[in-house]
Design a protein around this ligand. Structure first.
Ligand code: ADP
Length: 494
């Protein structure tokens, strides 16, 4: 809590929980406004007017009308949805489309995604420069490539501008498009240079944000270090190295209200660290629901994940025969690459009592898994922060994670030294290979075989502070420091 002057932040995002979500970005953007309120930081969220967002908007009124915004008329609607204070970009020609915010019915990116999120960024920059009477934010907080052009539009405009912060939730998504789009996006031809938007013969929205933002954050300190390297930088490492101290990491928290095992309406039996005995009922219910052998003594692993190479799902598939041979079980919920989905379903057919696979997106089952599995596997090749290992710890599921990014920052490996010092909340492994993962499974089974050690791991995991309290204070301190410093010409930093 602080008594300093209140700050206004416009948070610009392509998804926000609970209105529209495809991944962790939505959770983070949805939780930050409430977390920042006690810090005297008022957040308004600018989000595209997808059908689900317009439906949820309450007390919406027109804050601005564009005759034309990238190919059609558009309006900025101000209103609320639950705890969220919203600014919605209602542009039917861009956003009145059903389903996933990025993909068309053929499962491919909408061909006009550059224009769609260019328009979002343009509107954010306009609001940042005082387009809406009575509302000029101190800070524009831009999330991922979809908001990457905001700092560029501001840099190419005259007059005062707000402080800009770009948060990278996943550097793999860079918003790469043809340079021919510069003109339709309303960007000057000189933007097509190595120091500005040019990227491997095209342009990158994320690069634009990284070049022009006053500050760049990513979602864990370890990932902030990894993205400065050539491999972790995925083409942008050199630029991030040049930005130096303008790049930092702030961990994500979780919504401690939605994810609270003592009051979780999705789970069979609520429990907390003092009533750990009750937890097993959730395990038995989960095994029963998924058609696995119902057995309290069998080590049950869980996975809740996008099914992609980033998440190491191919490694998991390779070690599954060993997991089965060890007599353990796996419950997996996810969706993603068709080849990985098929391989997992095949294995589940071969071992129906030990492997259960549910393809799809299911919030209720995700909660049931965290409450019921003994250990949660996260074998990611890279992981900016990761949320599922945070939920797992709060729910007493022991995280078994790759030593990378936010996983390395949020799990305390239960090695011998840690255990001797009464520390450790999970199992961490590296290198991230099948051998590394196999060894982690062996270590996990060894810990599972010692019920008191396991229970202590669970208690420590459940006691970890995975709330937004600390991260929110860090964001607030950063915003205040940047506003106090003022908007130096960001291009001097690169
Ligand atoms: P990422 O954003 O890279 O997908 P995170 O771990 O940061 O990974 O966040 C994933 C979020 O999506 C978590 O809230 C997780 O519970 C949720 N999630 C992932 N897959 C599913 C699924 N199939 N069903 C329900 N929730 C899912």
């Amino acid at each position: 809590m602080t008594t300093s002057q209140s700050l206004t932040v416009l948070s610009v995002t392509s998804e926000v929980y609970p209105l529209v979500k495809t991944g962790g970005l939505a959770d983070v953007v949805g939780a930050l406004p409430t977390a920042l309120a006690p810090e005297d930081v008022e957040v308004r969220t600018l989000v595209p007017g997808y059908p689900s967002v317009l439906k949820a908007l309450k007390d919406g009124h027109v804050a601005h009308e564009y005759e034309q915004l990238m190919g059609g008329p558009a309006r900025l609607l101000a209103g609320t949805a639950g705890a969220l204070d919203l600014m919605v970009l209602d542009a039917p020609h861009l956003f009145d489309r059903p389903g996933n915010p990025y993909l068309g019915p053929d499962g491919k990116d909408w061909p006009d995604n550059a224009i769609r999120f260019g328009a979002l960024s343009r509107a954010a920059a306009d609001v940042g420069r005082g387009l809406v009477l009575g509302y000029t934010p101190d800070v524009v907080h831009c999330h991922d490539w979809q908001a990457g052009l905001v700092p560029a539009y501001l840099a190419y405009s005259d007059g005062p501008r707000p402080v800009t912060v770009v948060t990278v939730h996943n550097l793999a998504f860079q918003g790469k498009f043809s340079a021919e789009l510069l003109a339709p996006l309303g960007l000057p031809a000189e933007a097509y240079s190595l120091e500005e938007l040019e990227y491997y013969g095209g342009i990158s929205f994320l690069k634009a944000g990284l070049v022009f933002a006053d500050h760049i954050t990513t979602v864990s300190p370890t990932y902030a270090a990894e993205i400065r390297t050539n491999i972790g930088g995925m083409g942008l490492g050199g630029l991030l190295r040049k930005r130096g101290a303008a790049v930092s990491g702030i961990l994500n928290g979780i919504d401690a209200f939605d994810w609270d095992p003592a009051h979780d309406g999705y789970i069979a039996t609520p429990f907390d660290a003092k009533r750990l005995k009750d937890r097993v009922r959730n395990k038995l219910a989960l095994q029963g629901r998924l058609g696995l052998d119902v057995s309290a003594s069998t080590l049950l692993y869980g996975v809740v994940s996008r099914l992609t190479g980033q998440k190491g799902i191919d490694l998991l598939i390779e070690v599954l025969p060993s997991l089965v041979a060890q007599g353990a079980q796996l419950a997996l919920l996810g969706s993603g690459d068709a080849l990985l989905e098929t391989a997992l379903l095949d294995l589940a057919m071969q071992h129906p009592k030990q492997i259960a696979v549910r393809i799809g997106y299911d919030e209720a089952l995700a909660h049931g898994m965290q409450a019921g599995v003994d250990a949660l596997l996260v074998p990611s090749r890279f992981e900016p922060c990761g949320l599922t290992q945070l939920y797992a710890q709060r729910y007493g599921a022991i995280p078994v994670v790759a030593r990378t990014g936010g996983l390395a920052d949020t799990v305390v490996d239960a090695n011998d030294a840690a255990l001797a010092a009464r520390m450790g909340t999970g199992v961490m492994f590296s290198p991230v290979t099948t051998d590394g993962l196999l060894y982690a499974l062996e270590r996990t089974a060894g810990l599972w075989a010692q019920p008191t050690v396991w229970r202590n791991l669970q208690r420590r995991a459940m006691a970890m502070d995975v709330s937004w309290t600390r991260p929110a204070a860090q964001y607030a301190a950063l915003f205040r420091a940047l506003v106090a410093r003022g908007t130096a010409a960001p291009m001097s930093a690169v």
